[in-house]
Design a protein around this ligand. Structure first.
Ligand SMILES: *Cc1c(COP(=O)(O)O)cnc(C)c1O
Length: 601
């Protein structure tokens, strides 16, 4: 049975039972039951389902794993973590995270002024805030203001000029100085798609010369007492721990050297993010466990501290992908199967048909499992000949339509007769036998990393999981852009079910979409964020919390700076009352399709 790799990517968060994808938690509801409940409230487009319990699980796992490693190695430093806001800033994700994080003192990391404002406003006071990225005077001033609110904030400088700005703000405002961290530019690079974040040629961090200069500058300005943290981030989704170990050695020694120079309050190493998530449905790509990761960090830092005779540093991590990816599932309704138009209902055979069409008909009628492969091949040949006859004017449009329908029906019958094992063989025979599934979503909005960097996401239908999927599938979104497609890939084949959408709904889910996709998504064709819902469990029941409807058309237009009063006034002037009322209704709905316009209905 095809389980869509759920044992590889789902970390037991989801399960298959009775043919349904279910949430492996509490009352174990099926995804389809949740989707139906939401659709009853007239949300027919794509849905973004968030599961705060999965975020909680990740936060708990992170702390528990590191803390047990600390115990095992009798490590003297503490474990601390912050969530990097750039990975997911949306309130429906962030609020439950902050709530859950309180017991651990879990904090936030900000990389821009807007993110810093979120951190200052919502972070549990006392939990750490770290500030990364390029900063101007305003951003550093914001950091000082956060400090004055009682926040435990560390400004991590990326360059000497930022230290100079800190001194300026200090002198101008006479406010209390936040903690200072130094981001080091490592000699060792990262691994994986995002390796650019680390390494000597990376965009970020101070070289050894600059670190020494920064230290001098801090000494001259009596700031050494604020230096508390060494920071590095070697890139997202590391597929191996090796580069991390190198980076730990390098930064561990820098930490120890600075301590020995006289940085008495320097007490932490911030190892950035980088913990990978399994996105693959075909083979494991993540070659380490969190326990191995934690053990390596603790062991290496302990070793260096011993060697150099300094205190073992407190550890900070900023992993965001690990915390957030699994918490969110995108569910897209299938609007249409491309070959639905080749239904037998539409076949209109004449009293006398061209011989090849009669033969197609016979191929269909006489096909058995044994002859399926051969007959399918023949039907494709016939089809090609019939298309040539059409081009030469020997058959008419009705004949051509009949030929297309019969050929598709022959292929469909062959596929259902043959075992799925043969399927890759079938695919080689002809590209045309792939089924195209039109999905009510925008790939650009909801899976931007697929479009931008070929990031895979696990894909699985949420029903029919006890039936053999028989169609090699390519998925199309509803944007008018040919890039809005997930084509069938022989190396990672996706098979879906042959469903009759006039009789039943069929939904495709994309998993592990909680990291980066939300705000990276773009409004191509003016499709905005899907309707999103937090799914929480209370007393053994599912509660749909915080339904946030996809943006209304009028608001999307306002977002791209149209004057909505002008839009309304112009439409008003040119339409009668009746039509204007209709258009006003549409302006207040979202852009996704409610139904497909179809003559079957
Ligand atoms: C992006 C980023 C992170 C998050 O990394 P993930 O690997 O996605 O968890 C952490 N720290 C810094 C400085 C970052 O820029």
């Amino acid at each position: 049975m095809n389980n869509y790799g759920i044992d590889i990517w789902s970390d037991d968060n989801f399960m298959i039972e009775d043919g349904l994808a279910k949430i492996n938690y509490d009352c174990k509801p099926s995804l389809i039951s949740i989707v139906k409940d939401i659709r009853k409230q007239d949300f027919k487009g794509p849905l973004l389902l968030r599961f705060p319990h999965i975020t909680e699980k990740q936060v708990n796992t992170l702390y528990n794993t590191f803390n047990s490693s600390i115990k095992e190695y009798d490590y003297k430093g503490t474990f601390n973590a912050v969530f990097p806001l750039k990975v997911n800033q949306l309130p429906n994700f962030i609020h439950p995270l902050i709530n859950e994080g309180k017991k651990f003192n879990y904090g936030l990391e900000a990389g821009s002024k807007a993110e810093l404002v979120i951190a200052m406003t919502y972070n549990n006071v006392g939990s750490p805030i770290t500030v990364n990225g390029f900063k101007d005077k305003e951003m550093i001033h914001l950091g000082f203001i956060a400090k004055s609110m009682g926040h435990n904030i560390t400004i991590i400088i990326e360059g000497l000029n930022e230290l100079e700005i800190i001194i300026e703000v200090l002198n101008e405002t006479k406010m209390e100085c936040p903690n200072i961290g130094l981001r080091v530019r490592l000699h060792s690079g990262g691994s994986g798609l995002w390796a650019k974040s680390g390494g000597i040629n990376s965009k970020f961090g101070l070289t050894s010369t600059e670190i020494l200069e920064a230290y001098e500058l801090m000494e001259d300005n009596n700031l050494v007492k604020y230096l508390t943290m060494i920071h590095f981030h070697i890139g997202s989704a590391m597929n191996s721990i090796k580069p991390l170990k190198k980076a730990l050695r390098e930064s561990g020694h820098i930490y120890a050297e600075l301590k020995n120079l006289g940085a008495t309050n320097l007490n932490s190493i911030n190892i950035g993010g980088g913990l990978a998530v399994e996105y693959n449905a075909y083979e494991r790509t993540r070659f380490y466990s969190l326990t191995e990761f934690a053990n390596d960090v603790i062991f290496t830092l302990k070793d260096i501290a011993k060697q150099k005779g300094v205190d073992e540093p407190n550890i900070f991590t900023e992993s965001g992908r690990f915390i957030s990816a699994a918490s969110t599932v995108l569910v897209a309704p299938v609007l249409e199967l491309f070959s639905a138009e080749y239904d037998f209902d539409h076949l209109k055979l004449k009293d006398v048909n061209p011989p090849l069409i009669q033969e197609l008909h016979d191929l269909y009628r006489d096909m058995s499992k044994k002859t399926a492969y051969e007959y399918m091949h023949d039907s494709i040949d016939h089809m090609e000949s019939l298309l040539t006859l059409f081009d030469l004017g020997y058959i008419d449009l009705q004949d051509r339509s009949n030929a297309e329908i019969l050929t598709h029906q022959v292929i469909k019958k062959a596929i259902s007769l043959l075992e799925i094992d043969h399927y890759e063989e079938l695919k080689k025979l002809d590209e045309n036998i792939q089924e195209k599934y039109l999905l009510n979503f925008s790939l650009f909005q909801s899976l931007p990393d697929y479009w931008g960097i070929d990031q895979e996401f696990p894909i699985m239908p949420i029903t029919h999981l006890d039936k053999k999927p028989t169609r090699s599938a390519s998925l199309w979104d509803i944007t008018c852009d040919s890039d809005g497609e997930l084509p069938f890939d022989l190396k990672k084949p996706l098979y879906l079910h042959d469903v009759n959408l006039n009789k039943e709904d069929y939904f495709i889910a994309f998993f592990n979409v909680g990291a980066y996709q939300d705000t990276l998504g773009m409004k191509h064709n003016l499709f905005s964020h899907p309707t999103e819902v937090n799914i929480v469990f209370k007393n053994g029941e599912v509660v749909l919390e915080k339904i946030l409807e996809s943006q209304k058309i009028i608001d999307i237009l306002e977002d791209i700076d149209y004057d909505t009063n002008d839009i309304r006034a112009r439409l008003r002037k040119n339409l009668n009352d009746h039509n204007y009322k209709d258009i006003e209704k549409y302006l207040n709905e979202n852009s996704y399709l409610k139904t497909i316009w179809s003559y079957h209905e």
